[in-house]
Each structure stands twice: as C-alpha cells, then as structure tokens.
Design a protein around this ligand. Sequence first.
Ligand code: ADP
Length: 323
Amino acid sequence: LKKIGVLTSGGDAPGMNNAIAGVVKSAHAKGIEVFGIKDGYKGLINGWFTKLDSDFTLDIISKGGTVLGSARLPEFKEESVRQKAVDQLQKHGIEALVVIGGDGSYMGAQRLTEMGINCVGLPGTIDNDIVSSDYTIGFDTALNTVIESVDKIRDTMTSHNRAAVVEVMGNRCGDLVTYAAIGTQAEVFSPSESKLTEEEICIQVKKLADINHRSVIILISEKQFDAKALAKKIQEVSGYDTRATILGHTQRGGRPTGMDRYLAFTAAMFAVDKLIAGEGGLYIGIENNQLVARDIESTLNMPKPDRTQIINKIRILNSKQIK
Ligand code: ADP
C-alpha cells in the first residue's frame, strides 16, 4: 500500500480532525502517503485531493468541525456516480480510503469496497446513534457542551424561580438527553427512546410547583415537540414562568474533549492497520473499551442498546423528591 485517502462525510463532529491526524501519522510511520479529500464524496468524484504532511496534524487537533469539510451527495447511491470516484482514485494512485462519518457514509464506503477500493469507516457523529460503537467521535464533546449550557440556564432559572425547556440534538437517539439529564439533574427528561407526552411533562412540572421547587429543567430530544409551544403549555398548567431554549448548532462545534481525541486517534490508527492488512468493508467501533472492526453489512441491522433501565431508574429518583 503506497497511497491512501481520508474523507469526512455526513454531519460534522468535534474529533473528526483528530481522526484525520491519526490516519496521517500512522500511515506516514509506515511510509504510506495520505491524501485529504475535500467535502466528502463530493470531493471524491471531483478529484479534490491534497497531499497531507505530518506537520498539518499539529495545526488541527484542537479544532472543532472538520478541516477537510463535509458535504452530502445523495447521487452517490448510483453506481455510475461512484464509478467517477473510482476513476479519480485510480488516476491518483490512491488504493484505499478511511471514511469518517455516520451510517449513511458507511453505506457509501461499503459500495466503494465492492467496486475494488478498500474502505474502513470511523464513527463520527455527536448523536451517538451508531449502534455498533458504545461511543461515537464527537459525542463526549457535545455532551459537555449540553451540560455546560444547561448549568448556565439553571443559574438563571433558579434566580428567577422559573422552568426551562431545553431542546437537545441527537437525531433519533436520545443519549445526549439521557446522559445530560443525569449530569445536570434535570427534573424531567424526554429522550427519543422514551418519550413523554405533553400532558405527562405538564403533570410532573405541576407537582414540582406544588412543592415550591425553585427551578425546573425539562430536557427534550429534537424532533419531538415544538419547544416554545410546550413551554407555553407548561406555564399554563404549572404556573412557572417557563422559557424555551433550542441549543442547536452550538452542540456541533467546539474544541474536542480529551475522550473524543483519544477515541478518534486510536480508532484511526486501527483503521490504517486494517487497510495495510488488505481489509476493507469494515467499520471501527469501541465496545467494552476495546476497538473492534466489523463488516459494515453486519452492523446495519444491529439492535440499539436498551437504555430503558437507566432512564426508569433516574425517573424514579426524580419522582422521590416530590413528597
Ligand atoms: P451520515 O453519514 O452522517 O449518516 P448521510 O446519511 O447524509 O450522513 O450520508 C452521507 C453520505 O453518504 C450521503 O450524502 C451519500 O453521499 C452517502 N450515502 C448514504 N447512503 C448511501 C448508500 N446507500 N449508498 C451509497 N452512498 C450512500
């Protein structure tokens, strides 16, 4: 193996740059050249390739986002479009690829492997919605951002005896809500996997009002409620002056945490080892603190981890404060 490429695809996540750095350093150590591909599969079909040097890695490891850029290219599902990518790679002598992204990006990586370009995927998304990895690159940073934001919202809600609805990202995965609820002692939380109804939320907040609880944080996963309308309803039922905050894209940016840097870099090293061994169609995850490589095909239908037990336990703890 003489030349490999690296690209970031789908939604960006803090730590993607550390994964890029891990690919560059571990490939260079084995005498392999690395080409950065701009804007994911879009750059792949257009030949937007730049040779990366080792010094580059020091400039990027503390930065959020992805220095390579990311884009979506739905046409990549068509074989004729993917053929353009294969042609570009062959023209540049690039034999294999590391793809950093989510489930959609892995499908592209799988299809490219079937067309003769070995690809290995790394789990990059803040949502933690890749079932074959306990944690994804970017989740820890986003979680810390959510917790810091909720702590700040708590300060002012407590000062004013208010309630706050806080909408958190996660696509269809509620982990950011569940983990942040535990980290901030949010009184009420509605993660994607264990949604509450508007009525259930209002009843819980009303019970807190009845015991003069000073402030209330209600964490909700995105794509469930209209946060402002929910806040209005809570205010009507509970009497708390209730505000809504949609944390939005602040959750996607920022300096990657130590845990994200560690996961990204070590997973990237592992991916390069797999490519050197001539393997492709794999994606790397972390399971019980061990890196694992699985066939992409086998991971797509894996069951989601069940968080019901912990969610219910925390809800019971929360309800105990209501006498
Ligand atoms: P994520 O990787 O974060 O899940 P997307 O689902 O948007 O993000 O996928 C990223 C890109 O991967 C898509 O824009 C497309 O280029 C490519 N892709 C997604 N699904 C497939 C597929 N079934 N076959 C080939 N390429 C795909």
